[in-house]
Unconditional design. Structure first.
Length: 581
């Protein structure tokens, strides 16, 4: 195994942007900028460095590999590859996982579903929630069975605040709570954040279904859980108005999440992770890893994405995350979570840096070219991670409940990812499905699209599949790519830069189209939705995607956006309207 020596970033912006795209991200994880982000986010303990954190992570991976019976050769190869990918800025694990490595916590998962009863405010339930918080896990709560979800939410928020103030956890306590659209007090829940601005530890959402959404379109009525009928449009307009006013609630559909849940009949989802990227059954947890797409660009001009490299990294992360699950199964102080982890072994491999890739390539966000690129990226990650999961099943065994899963009962379950326009062929998916039937799968799912906030920053790129919110800065420091773009844009506006198309050298080519510099609120809604629709079809569970809107967006436009997303098959969506300038 190679020595873990820090590689410092090149601070000279002009020098970095003369390099190939891939080399622009090399060593960023070990830089002072990344260390500041980790220390500000309580990921990195005092007096430690990114290199020591990575060393600690690799030591834990080695323990998991040995526990699972891996040979020294396979372990050394995994560690060498993973370290090399991190060094080159190609991948990183989720920030909650990194935080728990640094804090020496026994569970490395990012999120869970806290079991909820009608007495959720009891000492016992709050004690369980606190245990999850102290493991730095974001939590999901289904409040549908509570008589007064607003009162329950206020108590849960106050408890989360108390835990955070106590200093017993390293990270901000972030959760989500939802109720069914059929809850008798759904209108009160929809507007709770407009009445209580101090609910800061919870996103909220409303779980809708096909019957309700169809009745909205038809102008019909729907029946609440207490048997009372009311006009669907009244509830819909209240939901839209509140989302327009404060960004909450979002809409989600557990009905849709469970259609993609391979264990829906055995272990149905009851809520989601705080940003709706995965569905969760009670006590379930997931671990995440991220691939920096910009570091997978080939060549000086960055005009090709190396899909072979992308797939190789996805396979490596599948094994690394399975190791993290093994450590969590052994170390979890909560028996329910340990049991569900073993039964499912859920991992979520994601991507980040899409906006950066599009700038390197000179491609508009939301264009047909950007959608085709994202489709091929996600298809590759999905296919190669599941191929790796089949191979791991041969070596380590399938996830505990594989025999009860849809992978066994429905050979066409994986065929939902088939797309004749994708670089992964239908025949490849069929062969993979046959292999899964024969050998099993190590992980019940392998892909998701979480927000990738701090994790993306540690790779020096924009989060997840989001467009840029601003071209100026992230947490007080400026990415070299963005700074160079700003300087070039300024020179264009001053008339001091000439575009030489014969050179076709980034960033000159990219500078020639003003549309490339649109930020999230400068884009049309259709551009956001185009990307969201592609992503929603090519990951196992959900997509964390907030549609950022300009302040002058109307309520009707929010309503149309929600309906368009629903008609496209999206499982969850939220909006945020900018404040007045």
């Amino acid at each position: 195994m190679r020595t873990l020596e820090p590689i410092h970033e090149c601070e000279d912006v002009e020098m970095r942007t003369k390099l190939s795209p891939a080399s622009s991200y090399e060593g960023f994880f070990f830089s002072e900028a990344a260390a500041r982000i980790m220390k500000d986010g309580a990921i990195l303990p005092d007096r430690e460095s990114p290199a020591t954190l990575l060393s600690d992570l690799i030591i834990e991976m080695t323990h998991a590999e040995r526990r699972l019976g891996a040979t020294d050769r396979k372990t050394d190869q995994l560690i060498t590859n993973f370290y090399d990918y991190v060094r080159r800025g190609i991948c990183i694990l989720g920030s909650p996982l990194l935080t728990n490595i640094g804090a020496r916590h026994p569970v490395l998962a990012s999120c869970t579903a806290v079991p909820v009863s009608s007495h959720v405010s009891s000492t016992l339930d709050l004690s369980l929630a606190e245990t999850y918080y102290n493991l730095n896990m974001g939590s999901g709560y289904d409040l549908t069975m509570t008589a007064d979800p607003c009162e329950t939410l206020l108590r849960l928020n106050a408890h989360a605040e108390k835990v955070e103030i106590s200093g017993s956890c390293e990270r901000y306590v972030g959760n989500i709570a939802h109720v069914s659209i059929a809850h008798p007090r759904v209108l009160d829940f929809i507007s709770v954040k407009t009445r209580h601005s101090d609910i800061v530890h919870f996103n909220i959402s409303v779980d809708v279904n096909h019957d309700f959404m169809n009745s909205v379109v038809r102008g019909g009525r729907f029946r609440t859980l207490d048997g009372i009928e009311q006009p669907s449009i009244d509830v819909w307009e209240a939901l839209v108005n509140s989302a327009w006013e404060c960004g909450d609630p979002g809409i989600m559909s557990l009905e849709r999440y469970n259609l993609g849940n391979a264990l829906a009949s055995h272990s149905p989802y009851v809520t989601t992770a705080p940003c709706a990227e995965v569905g969760l059954s009670p006590g379930e947890a997931c671990v995440f890893g991220y691939i920096n797409l910009a570091a997978c660009l080939d060549g000086q001009l960055g005009n090709n994405l190396n899909f072979d490299l992308l797939g190789d990294v996805a396979e490596c992360l599948t094994r690394v995350l399975d190791d993290a699950l093994e450590l969590s199964i052994v170390g979890s102080p909560i028996a329910l979570t340990s049991s569900v982890l073993k039964a499912k072994r859920k991992i979520g491999i994601s991507v980040c840096g899409l906006a950066d890739v599009l700038l390197w390539l000179g491609v508009d966000y939301g264009s047909a070219t950007s959608m085709a690129l994202l489709r091929d990226v996600l298809a590759t990650v999905n296919y190669r991670s599941k191929l790796a999961s089949v191979n791991l099943a041969r070596e380590r065994g399938s996830f505990g409940s594989f025999g009860r899963s849809t992978y066994v009962s429905d050979p066409s379950f994986l065929a939902r990812f088939c797309n004749p326009e994708s670089r992964v062929t239908d025949e490849e998916w069929r062969r993979l499905a046959n292999s899964a039937m024969k050998h099993g799968l190590r992980n019940v799912m392998t892909t998701a699209l979480p927000p990738a906030g701090r994790s993306a920053l540690l790779l020096g790129v924009n989060p997840s599949i989001e467009p840029y919110l601003t071209l100026r800065s992230h947490n007080g420091w400026v990415l070299p790519l963005k700074k160079h773009l700003e300087e070039g844009r300024a020179r264009m506006e001053e008339g001091t830069m000439r575009i030489n198309r014969r050179r076709a050298m980034w960033p000159c080519e990219a500078m020639s189209e003003t549309s490339l510099f649109r930020t999230a609120t400068e884009m049309q809604v259709k551009d956001h939705l185009s990307i969201l629709k592609v992503a929603a079809r090519l990951v196992d569970d959900g997509v964390s995607k907030t549609i950022n809107l300009p302040h002058d967006t109307t309520r009707q436009e929010v309503s149309d956006l929600f309906l368009d997303a629903w008609n496209a098959g999206v499982k969850a969506i939220s909006v945020f309207r900018n404040a007045a300038v």
